[in-house]
Design a protein around this ligand. Sequence first.
Ligand code: ZN
Length: 416
Amino acid sequence: MEILENPWPNPALPVFSQPLPTLVLKGASGVLPLAHGEELRMYVCGITPYDATHLGHAATYLTFDLINRYISLSGGKVHFVENITDIDEPLLERAERDGTDWESLGQRETDLFASDMLALRILAPEWFVPATQTMDLVDEAISAMQRNGYVYDLQGDLYFRTKDFLDELPISLNEALSIFGERGGDPERAGKEHPLDPVLWLANKNGEPGWNSSHGFGRPGWHIECAVISLRYLLGPSYLSGDLSRSALIDIQGGGSDLIFPHHFMSAIQVKAITGQQFARGYVHTGMIGLDGEKMSKSKGNLVFVSKLLTEGVDPVVIRFALLRDHYSQDRMWSDAKLTQSQVDVARIRGALSRNEVAPTTQVVSRIITALSENLNTPVAINSLLAWVEETESGVTGGSTGELARALDSALGLAF
Ligand code: ZN
């Protein structure tokens, strides 16, 4: 797989005349105001391409798309990097189960992901970087951590020493210990200095893929991959020798809320061990999506895939609209009823936008933009839009559909 710059074409963002208030995001890391005209560095954790894009992924990338759109419309620029975890246990296991090779499986699912993102009008990252193309970066980063005293060897595998960072844990040590094993860690392994220490470099096991490095033949751990890709592609190739004196190296680290621990915690402390600096100024985490009252997961087999909905003929604007109805930070449920309601609402919006006489539009645009500026409050934005549809249907006049259509297209990514 290759490193891709602008991996899929971006839709144009129509300009509209209303001023945009400062975007203020609120996450577990506190309030994060994003000043107008700012150049932001945003890193969003990408997919492990062993399966197609499900609605949870779509909701996550939609959230960062809204940030990207808003900052761009406010005259700023988002430097946006996303990785592809194209070598990891789940990918190897799925390839083995399906009797295919892991590289073609990864390529196929990554291509499908890109076409789903394009259909959903998600702005592409500047750099879309597969882990397998970063072995030299991982090699030099592990060497830097070694020099700083954060690496130890256990039977040929290299581990990261977490003990200096345990007071920064976002959850209690007991919670961390129980979650770590469920999300890719190996707390039980004998001989580790601390059960939470994550692997940095895994020596080759029989027949598994591996790469030559100064730390032996093997493959990297998950967290180091995101640490080095974000540093290299957001700070530049000479980040290890450059001047890094700033309050935080990047502005936003993002992903699903299941990445808070261990992944984002581990990536951040590894960046600190490499550079001596705080990693991200702020974190944005998106809620999980369930189906009909149950958690959506690969083990339950109830994932709803974007590509499947598209094949069934669902309009991508309906999927996007349905996802925008809930707040990004909340866990929420998906259901056929929600999809059907969104189809009905999208049809009504199209009907209203095609009228010659519509209800006043300046206020509804302003309400939508204000709602977005307040921690991406999309439920309020969508309700304001539906209230305008109702007014228009009841015969209120005085607006201009062009103004509203442009704002919906560029700020919410909804092109009707
Ligand atoms: Zn990541």
